[in-house]
Unconditional design. Structure first.
Length: 561
């Protein structure tokens, strides 16, 4: 093939008799690129040098000095070379068993009187070896040596069939803070950590007759015989990690589904184990959790909450109540505005507080539909109050991060306020501090457009995250709402009080009014008034109440003492 690349597979023919080499070369030459070796020493050298190219070796057993058995032994010492199939050339039937034990794939019997049989066996051996390489490349995770997810479940099912009376546990192992390791020390070090954990998982699997799997970047599956004490395997993994990491840098979480508890399939048992593992997200040390009735019931409850959402919107099961906010800087506290808060009158679970369903909706995007429901209800209620009392009381509604990524948010809010005759500056929008901290260009643009349309923006939960007073100088906000956690300790902890005073002083310099939520005692109220806080809300004045009760407050203008 002059001036052309030869894409044919290469076959190495090893025989000390030239006539045999030539005969095999003639038979194979039309289909394969044939390389020859006259003895065992030359064969070993050529296999080493052509290891990436050789697809098959035809090996004569009886050669002087270095025979075919020695060549097979040399190949077996190299993990990569063992993947090259070897067909032994022999006229001795007794040599077959010994050759198989040393790794031979097939045999050809001398003399070579049937070329079509030789070609067929060579083709088949090469195909089987190449198929095996493809399977192996997808069977194991290259970095850790653990099974990939698809092969893991297949082999786990085989374990079940072979051991039907053995109780097997499904285990999920996750690392908390792994992404930070890559950021701090680089991906190479992160890979070293993963390999250390994988080595422990392989040891545990081997000890218990189980198997392990890497199912995502920093998560592992382990399927092993039922184990009563999971502290020890967890401690073993953490101990080995401590040789690489500081104690505070990473923690191992382990979730366990014992046997087939509450699971109808192998995959579902690992879903249960993952649920148990995720229940430890707020746990700052290494720990394990076992999937139990409590978790099962909570999971069922979560699933039902999601499935019932659309029906709840359609049937108006979500009830919007209003918590008053009072201006406390005058002689008497005066009702200044309201916050719209949503509860769910669930037909099975009863009246549900927002913290029992909103976090779940935030995770799956349903929060956007719920927010729009609340906005619409609040705008319509403001119109009804205006029709009944002749005046409008401002209402603040929550706006989630998901809402701010919606390019139609401004148009929708303008539509419902115009439809109900509500000035935009009376429809207040509460945006959490965490959304501001994200500071994506999309979110910042949305906030600016909302303000340009006349809406007032309140930063909600200030102090609940990574608050910086520098935020007040550069972010577009019209009011600052101090988180309840900021307020609760001001009467008992001088540092907390001083911090609130500092925030109020800085906000005042920027002419940003402050709202304190979660005020529950007169002592808290007096301290906030003295520190210059303009507006407060909380149980000291009122819980969230019905629209009808709001009318009475609106007429009185103050709390009924």
């Amino acid at each position: 093939m002059d001036n052309a690349t030869d894409f044919r597979r290469t076959v190495l023919v090893v025989d000390d008799e030239a006539v045999n080499r030539e005969m095999l070369g003639t038979i194979l030459g039309q289909e394969y690129n044939v390389v020859q070796a006259a003895d065992g020493t030359e064969a070993i050298a050529k296999i080493q040098s052509l290891r990436e190219r050789v697809s098959l070796v035809l090996l004569d057993l009886l050669m002087p000095e270095v025979d075919g058995y020695a060549v097979l032994d040399s190949i077996r010492k190299d993990a990569e070379l063992t993947k090259i199939p070897v067909i032994v050339l022999t006229s001795e039937k007794s040599a077959e068993v010994k050759s198989l034990q040393k790794g031979a794939a097939d045999f050809l019997t001398k003399p070579y009187d049937m070329p079509e049989v030789i070609l067929a066996r060579v083709r088949r051996s090469i195909e089987l070896a190449e198929d095996s390489k493809i399977i192996q490349s997808t069977e194991k995770d290259i970095l850790t040596g653990l099974y990939t997810k698809e092969f893991f479940f297949e082999y786990a099912r085989q374990l079940i069939k072979r051991n039907p009376d053995t109780v097997m546990d499904s285990i999920v192992i996750n690392l908390s803070g792994f992404h930070l390791l890559n950021e701090l020390y680089g991906r190479t070090f992160g890979n070293t950590v993963l390999q250390a954990i994988a080595a422990d998982i392989i040891r545990l699997a081997n000890e218990a007759g189980g198997i392990g799997c890497r199912y995502n970047a920093d998560g592992f599956y382990l399927y092993m015989a039922h184990h009563w004490n999971y502290d020890k395997p967890l401690e073993r993994i953490q101990l080995h990690l401590s040789e690489l990491l500081k104690e505070t840098e990473i923690h191992v979480r382990m979730g366990v589904c014992q046997g087939t508890y509450r699971a109808t399939s192998l995959e579902q048992s690992f879903d249960c184990a993952l649920y148990a593992c995720n229940s430890l997200r707020e746990h700052f040390g290494s720990a394990f959790a076992i999937y139990d009735d409590k978790m099962y019931n909570e999971e069922i409850r979560r699933a039902k909450i999601l499935s019932d959402f659309s029906d709840a919107v359609e049937k108006k099961q979500f009830k919007v109540l209003y918590q008053p906010k009072y201006n406390i800087q005058g002689k008497f506290p005066v009702l200044s505005s309201l916050e719209a808060l949503v509860s769910w009158a669930h037909p099975e679970f009863g009246m549900m507080k927002p913290d029992s369903f909103i976090p779940q909706f935030e995770k799956n995007g349903l929060i956007q539909k719920l927010d729009r429901y609340v906005w619409k209800e609040a705008a319509e209620q403001m119109r009804k109050w205006k029709e009944e009392t002749g005046s409008i009381i401002p209402v603040s509604v929550n706006v989630s991060r998901v809402d701010l990524h919606d390019p139609k948010i401004v148009d929708y809010l303008l539509h419902i306020t115009k439809e109900n005759g509500i000035p935009t500056n009376q429809f207040l929008l509460e945006i959490t501090e965490s959304a501001y901290i994200e500071e994506s260009s999309v979110i910042m643009q949305s906030v600016k457009k909302l303000r340009q349309a006349g809406f007032k923006i309140e930063m909600d939960d200030f102090g609940s995250g990574y608050s910086s007073l520098n935020l007040l100088a550069r972010l577009p906000i019209d009011a600052l709402k101090l988180d309840i956690g900021f307020i609760q300790k001001i009467a008992t902890d001088k540092k907390s009080l001083y911090l609130v005073q500092v925030v109020l002083t800085v906000a005042r310099q920027f002419k940003i009014p402050c709202i304190a939520e979660g005020v529950e005692t007169k002592e808290q109220l007096d301290l906030l008034r003295k520190a210059g806080c303009e507006i407060v809300q909380g149980f000291y004045f009122s819980k969230a109440i019905s629209p009808e009760e709001i009318i009475l407050l609106q007429k009185n203008g103050m709390k009924k003492f």
